[in-house]
Structures are given as C-alpha cells and as structure tokens.
Design a protein around this ligand. Structure first.
Ligand code: GLN
Length: 378
C-alpha cells in the first residue's frame, strides 16, 4: 500500500485528547468547551426535528441559515454576499478548508502558509499535488514579515492561507498586515483562503479584520467560518464558506460529492439563534473573562504567558521548568500532573525548539481553577 501522506500521522488533537482520557487528565488540549451550549439553541434544534426537518438539506445549506449568515456578514464587515450563490454550509471548518483547497490547487501549484499552521492545511495541499511554501513565525509576537512573503511568491503561487484570530498562537492580523498583503498580490493571480473560525473570539476591544471587509481581496477569497466555536457546539460540525460566485460555483462542485449537504435540524436551529445578534456579540466578553482568569492563575506558576488577542487558546513557554521538547513535556504534564495541552512544534513542518504549549480555556471556572492548581505544582 502506497501512502498518499507518508509524513502524516494521527492529528495531535486526537492523540492528546485520547491520552487525556486514558490517564484521566484535565483536557485543555483539543479546543472544545466542557460546558453546555445554550438550552434555547438545543430547544430550537429539537423543535426543528419535531417540525419534520429531518431529511437532506439543500446542497448549499438550509436557506434561512445562509440568509442569517449573509445578514451577519453585512452587519459586521459591510460585505454583501448572495446567500443563494455565495454562501455554503459545510460539515465544520475543516471540511470547508479541504474543499476550498481542492477547488483551486492543481499539481505543482504553490501555496503559502504561515507556521505554526493548523494541521489540516498542508496535507490537503499535498493531496492535490500542490507544494507547501511555509514561512515560519516566532514567539512572542509571531508577526508576519511581508518582505519575506514577497520573496516566497513565484509565478506558481496559487494561494495564500491566512488565519486570524490565529490557532495556535492567539495572535491577530492588523489592518496594516492586510494592506501589505494586498500590495504584494494586487497585480497577480493569487487566491486567498482566510480561516476566520475564531472571528467572534477577540479581546481587549480589538477588531477582527475579516477579509470580507476588503473588497479588492474579497473578490479572490474563500472565507471559512465556524458555528461550533461561537455557539459552543463543536460536535455539531457546522461551519460555512463564503466566496464570490465564480469561486463558490467551483467549490460546490466538490462539496456536493464530498458531503452533499450538512445535517438539517442543526441548521434550522442555528438560523433562528443567529437572529439575536447578542448571541454572537456577547462572545468577546464571555471568553475574555475566562482568558483573564486563566492568565491570572498561570501567573502564579513557573510557566510564562505569551500574548493572547483572540481564539480560546492561551500559549505559554516553560524554559524555567525544563529543557524537554514540547512533545515530551506535554505528554509528561498529562501523565504526571494531569493537565493535557498541545505542543505547538507539531504545527511547523520542520519542528521548532520554541518550547511552547497551548492550553484551551473554553472551560468552566472550576476546571480552569483545578488545572491552575495542578500547574502550580510543576
Ligand atoms: N480546532 C480545534 C483545536 O485546535 C480542533 C479541531 C480538531 O480536533 N480537528 O483544538
């Protein structure tokens, strides 16, 4: 059997969650909440089921959900997308990413990614025969040097993948970043894939600069977003992609044969829930309180905090504790101290010795307190 992805193992999220479960550790590795989603939302889904919304959704997604997403996108980013032709509901962000990558990448096309990078990008590019061109970013700021990006661009560059708020580093792209990006590619045929699944999780009054807000870039961009992250329903696996019609038309050709469509009652429930904008506008406050409390706790430990501007992840360095590799230390921390994290070197194609661990703080206060108690003993 000839592997199509010889260098790819099981994703770190599965590996660390399995280890956490095996040894009974507090699982701050894979990003998901340990509290319930809104009862109003589950009631809406139950009602949709009782009303008989239990058969295939339209291929592009339940129309009322697409309409609500169009309203939200216009309200937040001033961008008008046609729900009929420019918004597609996907089985989570990961399927949307895979579909978007397969829509544009042909053999030998180059795709620029910034590392640390979410672990699904590179395998999807490689499966399409594409070539990954990565630019490695360093803590504490993980700033993109656009001069370096310019040097990576060739006449084979097909796409650039952005991710803001960023997983795993919790950094965000600023307006200047997007302007610099635009000046680099304005005269070239380069697509953008903008992974914005943490769009609503942004702190300290910062603004999320969606690519949707930049008309010149929007015309060549797939924007990927999530409904699991904002509404605490990662297990429902509902996300979406927005793109101009000429791109979405091609995206749907693949989407229809990958999943055809996404579970119907969840889409009805989410559509109703989105009608109340407080349900997403309240998220920065909700998560910032968790971030602040977790950071305060970690300040009493020997871990050193990295900045966190967005997402529900907090990264730390641990040079005062050990010089172990992050993978070895993350495993030992899980087994000996009962707290699971994600070692971030796995998000670099060539690894790193940055010694950074990522913790998810989308957890109940008592879980965060218990985790901090354990981390104080390290
Ligand atoms: N996005 C989540 C994280 O970073 C995990 C996604 C997954 O498990 N595939 O933890």
């Amino acid at each position: 059997f000839i592997s199509k992805l010889p260098q790819t193992g099981t994703t770190i999220f599965t590996t660390m969650s399995a280890l956490a479960n095996e040894v009974g550790a507090i699982n701050l590795s894979q990003g998901f909440p340990d509290y319930e989603c809104s009862a109003e939302l589950t009631d809406l889904v139950n009602a949709a089921m009782k009303q008989g919304h239990n058969q295939y959704a339209p291929m592009g997604g339940v129309m009322s959900l697409r309409e609500q997403l169009a309203i939200k996108t216009e309200k937040l980013y001033g961008a008008v997308y046609n729900p009929e032709t420019e918004i597609t509901i996907t089985a989570g962000g990961t399927q949307a990413l895979f579909t978007a990558i397969s829509t544009v990448v042909n053999p030998n096309d180059e795709v620029i990614i910034f590392e640390p990078a979410f672990d699904s990008y590179a395998p999807a590019i490689k499966l399409m025969g594409g070539v990954v061109k990565s630019l490695s970013l360093d803590p504490p700021d993980y700033r993109i040097n656009w001069e370096m990006v310019k040097r990576l661009i060739t006449n084979r560059t097909k796409m650039i993948i952005l991710n803001s708020p960023h997983n795993p580093t919790s950094t965000i792209l600023h307006k200047e970043d997007i302007e610099q990006l635009y000046s680099l590619i304005k005269n070239q045929d380069i697509f953008i894939l903008s992974d914005e699944v943490y769009e609503h999780l942004i702190y300290d009054g910062e603004t999320h600069h969606s690519i949707a807000a930049y008309p010149e870039l929007r015309d060549r961009s797939f924007i990927i977003a999530s409904l699991g992250k904002p509404f605490h329903t990662t297990g429902w696996k509902v996300g979406y992609c927005i793109a101009p019609e000429y791109m979405m038309k091609e995206f749907r050709k693949i989407h229809q044969f990958l999943v055809f469509s996404v579970n119907t009652p969840m889409q009805y429930g989410l559509a109703e829930f989105l009608k109340n904008e407080d349900n997403y506008l309240s998220l920065p406050g909700f998560f910032q309180q968790k971030r602040d409390s977790f950071r305060q706790g970690l300040e009493q430990t020997r871990f050193k905090l990295l900045p966190c501007y967005g997402s529900y992840f907090q990264s730390v360095t641990y040079n005062d504790i050990t010089d172990e590799k992050d993978m070895d230390f993350a495993i030992r921390l899980t087994k000996e101290f009962g707290v699971a994290s994600i070692p971030t070197s796995v998000f670099y194609s060539k690894g790193t010795d940055h010694h950074v661990l990522r913790f998810c703080f989308a957890k109940r206060q008592e879980t965060l307190d218990k985790a901090v108690d354990r981390l104080m003993k390290v």
